[in-house]
Structures are given as C-alpha cells and as structure tokens.
Design a protein around this ligand. Structure first.
Ligand SMILES: [Zn+2]
Length: 65
C-alpha cells in the first residue's frame, strides 16, 4: 500500500497522462484517478495524495531494497 510521504495518508490516486478516455473521465470524476493532462514528461509525478494534495513519484524508484 502506498502512503503519502508528506502526511502519511494512504488515500493515494494515480495521476494519468495523455488524452483522457471516457473511462478515465469517469474515474477522474469519481476521484479514483487524477488527470495530468497531455504534457508527458519524465519528471511528472505519478501519484497524488487525496488528503493534502501532495504529488509525488513512485518511491520504489528511489528507495530500492
Ligand atoms: Zn498527503
């Protein structure tokens, strides 16, 4: 389970990039995902915390065990 590095909440949703499909728009309106827009860059965050709004990247990339 992912948790927010800032507030430790586990209410984390994916940020999805690219032109949104109908399903993605539905998920976004249900707050299951966050639409990141069409501007795709490697430095874009992958996840968003629903508690505090903090956006972050996949932590496993930085903290490999
Ligand atoms: Zn948070």
């Amino acid at each position: 389970m992912k948790s927010c590095p800032q507030c430790k909440s586990n209410m984390i949703i994916d940020i999805v990039y690219g032109f949104p499909s109908k399903k993605m728009l539905e998920d976004a309106s249900n707050s299951k995902i966050n639409l990141g827009g069409c501007d795709i860059s490697p430095s874009n965050p992958d996840y968003k915390c629903k508690s505090c709004g903090y956006e972050f990247k996949e932590l496993d990339k930085f903290f490999k065990k």
